[in-house]
Design a protein around this ligand. Structure first.
Ligand code: ADP
Ligand code: MG
Length: 865
């Protein structure tokens, strides 16, 4: 192999230290990539791959211009890559040999601070996991933009770790190089996450105060691994890191990843959109930090009753005090993202505009405090008691920064008059000079009589006097010194003009420098308020979420939930908050839920599309809303405090996720069965669908029995296996309920009303008919059904003969088009239905008696089949 040039050798030396990142190597106005990096980057960024060196030893290369590097970084970060930015760290003109270069920062998906990748309303988490062995793991997550960190011990194995990583939306996970490679393989397969390594797990001295509350050494090491990674890669101030919060799983209602997804708490399953999720329903937050906190609350409902009641009391008060709430919302519109502003202050990259945002936010504080103080509720009192109004900071910002400063901090124009006497002095000098020049123009026009004489400025010649060619004759000889000749004008200067010019330019240079220095000092001063600002951010975002709950509860007619200690559920006229909002107003059919000692398990039957899944989710969502401290969609609601919620959906219902294997369904069910307690809520929606009928039914029955005998959790179990309704006789605490439907003239009408007892049939074929399957199929299916039912009677088997349902079709049935008519319970078979249709269509006046006779014959044959 040929010897590489010194520069390429330098490149290879640096690249060896950043093997898992793209090395952006600065060469003049470009960042260049070489070798494998170049090939991959060219593909990912769709840029041209070129080469360097002679044909034989050509090195693959590609590059991006430094001024548009942001967009390329964003693209790569979004794909989960890391980027090491390598700059020239000495002036090329002074360099002997190859210019010295160093990596100045490592940008990773978990550490990006700004740009398009960071959504205002979402946290950007970087995490670290330590294997404590025996299925226990240390887990910490930090949002570098806001500085918050939370740490916990996860018990229950790697699956739980994966749940946690997914549900926090972590972008990057830091582990020890010794971390089990089988686990890493699982991360890679099941998560879209960047994996990074860090060996150092000793907490640096200066971070000790942040770990005050942590008792366990092993948790401190877990946090240390993450912080050391940040120190090593970020190379900038981490002053805004906040005290690490320790939390235990038992502080919160546990809603695992599958359930969060199934219940569509944060986004919908299929489209991954906020619209259609619970978050969408309850979000009336005004600030971005409020929106982020709301999301966190929804992901971690509380289980401590007094904490929940405290929130509910604030919500109730906000509902009663409409005007205070409106005033608060109004004030909040002026509050910017204090958390992220504090982060930027720490990083030292806050600009003057952002300091104005900070100022405007702080100006709202006294108003906000005044409004909420009058509510006189304990939680709010505590919140406002713990904040510092940062009056001196506000004073500093009000006296120092102009109202509409430029984006750049280098060009001056940021600092207010009166803030610095030196600055004012230079500004005066500059202004005086300019006024003198303006008056000079007047004076010279008068004295020379040349009206078009003017004074101009350009970067090369400075100030000059310009006289058009036509007027030169009128100019007294030797009055000015000639400087430049243009096509139709001459430009002149005078010694006096140059003297003033020097004064002005000097002053302006001084102004820019001084402004920048002053701005730096102000930035440093703001830095000492980071903690107070973070505290303020917490208080304001909490108030924002609580007012949001009140606003929504008021609009949607939600009621305050009550908690029972005897594990009874009594919900009157409960609604599904999302479905209710999606369908036309007033069309939603509300339903009661009654569960108690005799009704621990409700077995729900009813036709496809009747509303079984909706009914089940309605209860789960109501519980979650109650436990985050929001009012709930019902006319009254008493509920226990659930410790966990499990939602499992039969595989057939979950095709879209691409994971619709029976195995996943069973894994999820296992997870529920092994973790649920008698204080949990389990929703099993058509479990067993993903396999053959016998299999599925046997499993479903065994699962229900197991829950009944061994867990005792409140359980809603929907099934299309009608045979299971017989369990009511066998299991004392199981009750049958069904979603009612009526048949009318051979059509099924769903009432969406859940009532006690079992459904009398599946109506699968009717649904198929509604979906307008070819008549042949319908008639044939009915035939087979009759045959099977006949067989069953003969053989006495328990085969589910009615399981001839089609896959769910997006049919929506209008219940209200039919409401005038009295429901009659006449069973009309599909064959009869076809005949009725034919008869209705018949044009009597246009058939012969013979044809009529033939038809009668056909009808009779069909009916006799
Ligand atoms: P199932 O699980 O029984 O097949 P779903 O719960 O999926 O049925 O409900 C099907 C559709 O019926 C829903 O998308 C919704 O539009 C409508 N629906 C369900 N419950 C109600 C209700 N209580 N009131 C009004 N419409 C409802
Ligand atoms: Mg369903």
């Amino acid at each position: 192999m040929a010897q590489h040039t010194p520069m390429i050798q330098q490149y290879l030396g640096i690249k060896a230290q950043y093997k898992d990142a793209f090395l952006f190597f600065r060469l003049g106005d470009f960042y260049e990539l070489f070798f494998e990096d170049a090939k991959l980057a060219a593909k990912e960024l769709e840029i041209t791959l070129t080469g360097r060196g002679s044909d034989k030893d050509r090195i693959p290369m590609c590059g991006v211009p430094y001024h548009s590097v942001e967009q390329y970084i964003t693209q790569l970060i979004e794909k989960g890559y890391k980027i090491a930015i390598c700059e020239q760290v000495e002036d090329p003109r002074e360099a002997k040999g190859v210019v010295k270069r160093e990596v100045v920062k490592l940008i990773t998906p978990g550490t990006v601070m700004d740009g398009k990748t960071i959504a205002d309303k979402e946290n950007n988490y970087i995490t670290s996991v330590t294997d404590f062995k025996e299925d226990q793991f240390g887990f910490v997550r930090t949002d570098l933009t806001t500085g918050e960190s939370a740490v916990t011990v996860i018990t229950g194995g790697i699956d739980e770790v994966i749940f946690e990583l997914v549900s926090s939306g972590a972008k990057e996970v830091i582990v020890s190089p010794e971390f089990d490679s089988a686990f890493l393989e699982m991360f890679k397969q099941r998560l879209a996450i960047t994996i990074s390594f860090e060996t150092n797990e000793v907490m640096p001295e200066y971070f000790h105060p942040l770990c005050d509350g942590l008792q366990q050494e092993r948790l401190i090491s877990t946090v240390a691994r993450l912080y050391n990674y940040l120190v090593r890669t970020q190379r900038r101030s981490l002053d805004h890191l906040q005290k690490v919060q320790y939390y235990t799983a038992s502080q919160y209602m546990k809603v695992d990843y599958y359930s969060k997804r199934n219940l569509e708490l944060i986004e919908t399953i299929r489209e991954k959109k906020k619209k259609g999720s619970l978050l969408w329903i309850v979000d009336a937050t005004v600030t971005a930090m409020g929106a982020r906190l709301l999301k966190k609350w929804l992901e971690r409902p509380l289980i401590d009753q007094s904490e929940i009641e405290e929130r509910l009391t604030v919500v109730e008060t906000f509902i009663d005090q409409f005007f205070s709430r409106e005033e608060l919302r109004e004030a909040l519109t002026e509050v910017y993202d204090l958390e992220r502003l504090a982060g930027k202050v720490a990083y030292g990259n806050v600009n003057a505009r952002e300091l104005v945002q900070l100022r405007r936010s702080l100006q709202q504080v006294p108003k906000i405090v005044q409004i909420v103080k009058e509510l006189q509720v304990p939680l709010v009192d505590r919140l406002i008691h713990s904040i510092d109004h940062c009056e001196e900071l506000l004073d500093l910002l009000e006296t120092s920064i102009v109202d509409d400063p430029p984006l750049s901090v280098k060009d001056g124009g940021m600092i207010k008059a009166g803030f610095s006497s030196d600055l004012d002095h230079y500004r005066d000098a500059s202004l005086n000079g300019k006024t003198w020049i303006a008056s000079l123009e007047q004076k010279e026009r008068q004295e020379t009589g040349i009206k078009s004489l003017k004074i101009g400025y350009n970067k090369v010649f400075g100030y000059y006097i310009e006289v058009t060619k036509a007027n030169i004759a009128n100019l007294p000889e030797g009055r000015y010194e000639r400087k430049q000749t243009l096509a139709n004008a001459e430009r002149y200067i005078t010694p006096e003009l140059k003297e003033k010019e020097t004064l002005i330019l000097e002053a302006e240079e001084k102004i820019e420098q001084l402004e920048y220095d002053l701005f730096q000092t102000i930035r440093e001063q703001v830095k000492s308020y980071i903690r107070q600002l973070q505290q303020l951010a917490k208080t304001i975002s909490t108030l924002d979420v609580l007012q949001s709950f009140a606003t929504i509860s008021n609009e949607q007619h939600f009621v305050r939930p009550h908690f029972t200690s005897d594990r009874e559920i009594h919900i009157e006229n409960g609604r599904h908050p999302v479905v209710e909002k999606m369908i036309d107003r007033g069309q939603y059919v509300s339903n009661d839920v009654v569960m108690n000692r005799e009704r621990e398990i409700l077995l729900i039957t009813g036709p496809n599309m009747a509303g079984k899944s909706t009914y089940m989710r309605q209860l789960a969502l109501t519980s979650i809303m109650a436990q985050v401290g929001c009012f709930v969609p019902a006319t009254s609601a008493s509920l226990p405090l659930f410790d966990q919620i499990f939602t499992r959906i039969g595989a057939a219902d979950d095709l879209a996720s691409g994971q619709s294997t029976f195995m996943v369904e069973m894994l999820e069910t296992k997870h529920a069965l092994t973790n649920a307690t008698e204080n949990s809520l389990i929703l099993l929606d058509e479990i067993g669908r993903g396999t053959s009928t016998y299999d599925g039914m046997a499993l479903a029955q065994a699962i229900v029995e197991y829950i009944h005998e061994n867990i005792g959790a409140k359980t809603l179990f929907s099934t299309h296996y009608h045979e299971l309704t017989a369990l009511e006789q066998q299991l004392e605490r199981l009750k049958n309920v069904h979603v009612s439907a009526i048949e009318e003239d051979g059509k099924v009408v769903f009432l969406h009303k859940v009532v006690d007892g079992q459904a009398d049939r599946s109506y699968g074929i009717y649904v198929a008919q509604l979906a307008e399957l070819p008549e042949h199929v319908i008639v044939r299916a009915d035939e087979i059904l009759h045959q099977l039912e006949g067989d069953q009677k003969e053989e006495g088997t328990v085969e589910n003969t009615k399981n001839v349902e089609p896959e769910e079709q997006p049919i929506q049935l209008s219940l209200f088009g039919e409401e005038e008519k009295q429901p009659k319970k006449v069973h009309v078979s599909p064959v009869e239905n076809v005949i009725i249709k034919d008869l209705k269509k018949l044009d009597i006046l246009n058939i012969t008696p013979l044809e009529a006779l033939q038809m009668l014959n056909e009808i009779q044959l069909k009916l006799r089949k």
